[in-house]
Design a protein around this ligand. Structure first.
Ligand code: NAG
Ligand code: NAG
Ligand code: NAG
Length: 412
């Protein structure tokens, strides 16, 4: 055990020396800090690959360490009452602003979905706890931070369905009254994979004929919105960017659907579509939906359909069906399904493989008549908002948090 640790330590150090020199764009603020942070992420990723190769622990099992080191026990303070609740069988960390006695004013509510590629992350991580507290105190809002189940143990649609159950169960008049929440002022929000879940839930809730209370707003922070084309200009431009290189995002997508490595390889080659999903490519056509400045340097080519034996084995169900499912890829719906959506806040970062997912949704929602506030960070990198807690805090993370809170204050 001890020898093992020493070998690991030496391996990590030599990896680090090599990694630290990974080029990072000049215009990114606090570059050195980002290099160091990224060194940690990349070392862990290699360790995870190695561990999986040796059959010790699967890749995501090792990567989950990122979640564990930031896990805390959320506690109440003088401003916020924090409890762990259960909404229709799903665990939720609930933040309620302390109410002055005699104050019967109804409050706003935000249902928050953490990021982590559906495989990592937790409502119990300190940056999410900090964010939830800020939303609760600065907006006098009730915040539900959902601890949905994760892949690889639970593939799609389990994480999505957990979130949907919480939202349905919370949006009942009796439950809202119990928490003194105004039914007309509820938002859903999330970052990265959480933004994916938030966008999907907003769409599905509209289609639900039994649903009386609807959402007022959706706030999507560098969201993941489609799995059909993993070679958009932003995937190409940012394939080696810190925090979320293309390989890791492809890994998250494939693990969300299946642990079959053949599917991961097909996704890496951007040749994973089924006949069904390829008929939906028009909804994620970046040549049509990205502003000219983002696509002019790139030539559009249609993502390929998975051929041969692998194509057949995925052809009828499992990952291929999930691929065409808008609950996994919210961009895959026609304009008619978009136009009644709640107003949206969409944050995108220049140095992010997911930038174009967000940009395309901005274009498509606006074309469908939805009120969209788009905030683009020219020097932003994926996950910035997670870096708000010492020692991994970045000025850009704090700036994003402030702007996000400002939008919620004014629009919810
Ligand atoms: C905190 O919230 C819980 C659950 O809603 C409630 O039972 C408890 O009385 C609250 N505590 C305070 C101090 O408001
Ligand atoms: C994508 O859009 C371009 C026009 O910008 C068009 O020429 C092309 O046929 C479209 N492809 C698909 C698959 O929709
Ligand atoms: C795009 O296509 C043009 C014309 O075929 C070619 O000159 C150019 O190098 C291509 N650009 C990229 C980024 O592949």
């Amino acid at each position: 055990m001890r020898l093992g640790s020493i070998i690991l330590f030496v391996a990590l150090c030599s990896f680090s020396a090599y990694y630290v020199y990974e080029p990072i764009p000049e215009d990114i603020d606090e570059r050195w800090k980002l290099m160091m942070t990224n060194t940690f992420f990349r070392s862990l990723s290699h360790l995870a690959d190695f561990s999986e190769l040796l059959g010790l622990k699967d890749y995501m099992g090792v990567m989950y360490f990122i979640t564990l080191i930031e896990t805390i026990v959320p506690v109440s303070d003088e401003h916020v009452n924090v409890t762990v609740e259960n909404f229709d069988g799903v665990e939720v960390v609930l933040y309620q602003p302390m109410q002055q006695s005699g104050n019967t004013e109804l409050r706003r509510a935000v249902i928050y979905l953490h990021g982590g590629g559906w495989c990592l992350g937790s409502a119990y991580m300190s940056p999410y706890d900090l964010l939830a507290r800020k939303v609760a105190t600065e907006l006098n809002a009730v915040v539900l931070s959902v601890e949905y189940r994760l892949a690889v143990a639970h593939h799609f649609p389990v994480p999505y369905e957990d979130v949907y159950r919480v939202v349905k169960s919370f949006l009942q008049m009796g439950v809202l009254a119990q928490y003194s929440v105004d039914p007309g002022r509820i938002a859903v929000s999330g970052d990265s994979a959480g933004g994916n879940l938030a966008a999907a839930v907003s769409q599905q809730l509209l289609k639900d004929p039994t649903q009386k209370v609807q959402l007022k707003a959706q706030a999507l922070l560098y969201p993941v919105l489609q799995a059909l084309d993993l070679n958009t200009p932003s995937y190409q431009q940012n394939q080696d960017m810190p925090i979320l290189p293309r390989t890791l995002m492809v890994r998250f997508w494939s693990e969300y659907f299946t642990s079959d490595k053949a599917f991961f390889r097909a996704m890496m080659a951007n040749a994973h579509n089924s006949l069904e999903s390829s008929s939906l490519l028009k909804f994620v056509n970046w040549s049509a939906f990205l502003p000219e400045m983002y696509h002019r340097k790139y030539n559009y080519s249609v993502p390929a359909v998975l051929q041969g034996k692998a194509g057949q084995s995925f052809g009828t169900d499992g990952p291929s069906r999930s691929l065409a499912d808008p609950r996994a890829s919210p961009l895959l719906v026609p304009d008619a399904a978009l136009h009644s959506l709640p107003k949206a806040y969409i944050l995108t970062c220049e140095y992010d493989v997911l930038r174009d997912d967000g940009l395309m949704y901005v274009t498509r929602l606006r074309a469908a008549g939805v009120d969209v506030t788009h905030e683009h960070y020219d020097s932003g990198f994926h996950g910035s908002l997670m870096f708000t807690v010492w020692p991994m805090d970045f000025r850009i993370g704090h700036r994003m948090m402030d702007n996000y809170l400002k939008w919620l204050k004014e629009n919810l």
